[in-house]
Design a protein around this ligand. Structure first.
Ligand code: DP6
Length: 328
């Protein structure tokens, strides 16, 4: 009744922004991501007679927050018919507090390890549906390479799952450089931010009206390995998402001066014929999309910017998997 899994974070190239059901975590729109080798979480789960679930994340006891880890473990226990409690220890190789999609790799690794420890044998699609109920974007981290999360139509969520578009070997030269900027203020969570956007943004319907086109074009661009097309769609899609955030009430502005500094630097790089594009999620960090041949030059230019504290380099990575080495 013990198992360990690893999962990589993922970065959305077409964003998930808004829910049609918060109970089952069903999205208003489909999304596409790249699973990121270089940003991983490893989680060991053991069931025993202990009186309650215990969760340690990066050597700290997890305190209950809006992402209900305990509730997610309970969900899996109910499916497996288990009355025992779980000891969970989890470690990420990137700073969790930096707002870098930690819940995606975290919930994917947790779901895969907990199911294995509980003796629950699920298909990758079933694992994706189950992971989605912990945190939406995490359902994409079950798969490697380039991944699409289908919106689905049904109220029970049985058709809202992720699926691999292309595996990591399809485009080994693709890179994402995550910049970590200095930020004192804790941003509004993605969960709270998207709920507020759906409820109050007058342009939310306009966002939704454009996403299907982005999904179609992004799939074509990935298929063709057309970097400029992928970058262009991803950058504009992120700007459209941020436009809906900025125009909610009260307005959510994740950008800080360092965010703008990086955005302008990336646009300047393109003026100099360096193929670089940016995307951003619910936080001030900017992720720079590029190709292997330009990594050195782009990293050098990013390192010179005042607001950039650190960078993490990622390439297309594997989906979540069971590993034999436990954390305890
Ligand atoms: C901006 O998956 O963290 O990163 O489903 O409420 O757990 P919950 O939200 P979460 O939202 C991620 C939003 C995003 C875009 C994306 O990853 O697609």
């Amino acid at each position: 009744m013990k198992a360990t899994a690893t999962a990589n974070a993922n970065i959305a190239l077409v964003k998930y922004w808004g829910k049609r059901s918060s109970d089952r975590i069903l999205p208003q729109n489909g999304s596409i991501s790249m699973t990121c080798d270089g940003m991983a979480t490893k989680t060991t789960v053991e069931f025993s007679e202990q009186p309650e679930h215990t969760v340690m994340i990066n050597d700290e006891e997890f305190k209950k927050d809006e992402k209900d880890i305990h509730g997610h473990i309970d969900r899996i226990c109910r499916m497996a018919g288990i009355r025992k409690h779980a000891k969970v220890v989890s470690e990420s190789n990137f700073p969790v507090a930096a707002g870098l999609a930690s819940s995606a790799s975290g919930f994917a690794a947790l779901t895969v390890a907990t199911c294995a420890a509980a003796g629950l044998k699920l298909s990758p699609r079933e694992l994706s549906i189950l992971t989605r109920q912990g945190s939406g974007s995490a359902c994409r981290s079950i798969f490697g390479g380039f991944v699409e999360w289908h919106r689905g139509q049904r109220d029970d969520g049985s058709d809202s799952y992720a699926e691999e578009i292309k595996d990591k070997n399809h485009w080994p030269e693709f890179r994402m450089i995550a910049t970590i900027v200095e930020s004192k203020k804790k941003p509004v969570s993605s969960r709270g931010g998207m709920a507020q956007t759906v409820a109050t943004c007058p342009y939310y319907k306009d966002w939704l009206a454009t996403v299907d086109e982005d999904l179609k074009n992004m799939k074509e661009a990935i298929e063709e390995r057309d970097f400029e097309k992928v970058g262009g769609i991803a950058e504009f899609n992120a700007l459209k998402m941020h436009a809906t955030m900025i125009t909610t009430k009260p307005s959510i502005i994740y950008w800080i001066p360092a965010t703008m500094e990086i955005i302008h630097a990336v646009r300047q790089m393109r003026e100099e014929e360096i193929q670089a594009y940016f995307t951003m999620d619910a936080g001030p960090n900017v992720k720079v999309l590029c190709q292997e041949r330009d990594v050195k030059e782009i990293s050098m230019q990013l390192a010179e910017l005042e607001g950039v504290a650190n960078t993490i380099l990622c390439k297309p990575g594997d989906g979540a998997k069971i590993v034999s080495e436990h954390l305890f």
